[in-house]
Design a binder for this molecule. Structure first.
Ligand SMILES: [Zn+2]
Length: 85
């Protein structure tokens, strides 16, 4: 596991609080909307707290997508009011 940045740790706490989420339950994950490996940052606008199953599903989908479909999905996620708000 890569080292978490200070910014990530701070934003993580903010997200947990915003969603009233207890990380001890391990039912949700933080997802980087634009993957870190693709230049995504730890800024709040790039983070989403989502259900663990949905998270796994998204990663599975993305793995099998071409770049155009990937971009489309990322745009959708970024604009989904469920995320980050
Ligand atoms: Zn993820």
């Amino acid at each position: 596991m890569s080292k978490e940045s200070k910014l990530y740790r701070r934003n993580k706490e903010i997200l947990y609080e915003r969603h009233n989420y207890d990380p001890g339950t391990k039912t949700k994950n933080i997802h980087h909307i634009i993957f870190k490996s693709e230049g995504g940052t730890d800024e709040m606008e790039n983070l989403a707290l989502i259900d663990r199953e949905l998270h796994a599903f998204i990663h599975k989908l993305i793995q099998n997508m071409d770049n155009i479909a990937k971009k489309e999905l990322l745009e959708k996620l970024k604009n989904d009011p469920q995320f980050n708000k």
